[in-house]
Design a protein around this ligand. Sequence first.
Ligand code: PLP
Length: 491
Amino acid sequence: MPPPLGDMPAAEFRRHGHELIEWIADYFERIDELPVLAQVEPGELKSQLPSSPPEKGESMEAILADVDRLILPALTHWSHPSFFAYFATSTSAPGIFGELLSAAFDTKALNWRAAPAATELEDVTLDWLRQMMGLPQTFGAIIYDTASVSTLHALAAARENLSLRIREDGMSGRPNLPLLRVYTSEHAHSVVDKAAMTLGLGQRSVLKITADAEFRMDPAALSRAIQDDREKGFLPFAVVATVGTTSTSSIDPISAIADICGQEKLWLHIDAAYAGSAAIVPELRHLFNGCERADSFTLNPHKWLFTPFDLSVLFCRQMEILHRAFSLVIEVLRTSDAERNTVINHSEYGIQLGRRFRALKLWMIIRYFGHEGLAARIREHVRLAKLFASWVEESPEWDLMAPVPFALVCFRAGGSQSGEAGKQVDILNETIMHAVNATGKAFLSHTKLNDKLVLRLSIGNIRTTEAHVRRVWELLNEQLRRLQAEAPLNQ
Ligand code: PLP
């Protein structure tokens, strides 16, 4: 008998669907007891999986049993409330439901006709987000997958704005084209370099501007660099400023940078991938002063707006330039002029043709929690980070290494000396971090500031409470005391 055709029978889908939701609910209920960091060695999972695909279909029971037995132990749990590494993020129940429905609809938003709901919901949801963030009505918006891709599109639009026919003629083989320059701070994310690499501008086009003692771009140095470049015959075209840098969450002086961009006629893009969500909290809005003057602005709801990965938003003041850079409609997708003039086809604003129905999850999240509920959760994370920072400041053994404008704390034990003694302190901190992470009870990461190793504690998970933050503080101190007892630093 040949195997039956068609999808899983409805009754079976219902049964496993209910079971899976039960499984996920249990997972969240017991997640606190699971080790945050996967306790596996490289290659361990691969060695337990068959190297060739099954000839015959298997039962969902067998597949889900392997999720429990093999996949779960190899997970680092991003949804764990004691995940404090990188930028802590989390999914949320309405977001999971949004993903589930989106997978069922399996929409490919090639154009409006192929996906009216995805297209119009994206516009409405992003306009809600714009209003929640207090951005001006002049901003249009679009969803991409990640900030890497949002930045790429922002810089592509900035380049198109030069009207150098780069879309048509490219950049290679054009000796008359000067070196194009984009300026960003030495603390900017590598997404700026990667966008320049991908757009054929090359890393040589990215000039890193020095930062001040609080890790913010120095506007005077930016002005000088632009003048220098003009004297050399280069063509400055864009500045990428950051609100919430990756290492320390520092905030570039946006108003001063916007003044320079205005005078020099440069495209101003703001990378607020991490911190952008905090603009929905009224008392934090002032940290974004000047952003209303930007040409484009990125935030990642998948970072701090409880949205399952992935969903990044690009706000852009001149959507028509993005359209000019990317619109290319093949015959198969051509619709009547009348329709084309009344609808938006998002695929004409980016490199992707088929687009996922990402707006659905964000729409469900905003409706379920409301502006007030989302702001309250972010506000609590900021309170917890400032509380942790106050413990660091009060402790004679720990030092705060950067200001805490949002919910990220940079700190280290053993003093902030440099030189040989500083290297020993680096080793001490790295050892503390690995020891805490090895307990499975919390997960932290590090950065380097002024050549010193610094620990980072990021709070952004929807389940994180004060108890979790107190617990990681205890763990850090336990490890510090243990290491000091083994090898005091001053010997
Ligand atoms: N920009 C900043 C400031 C970030 O912190 C990050 C990631 O942490 C990114 C960009 C890259 O984000 P994505 O992973 O969405 O590309």
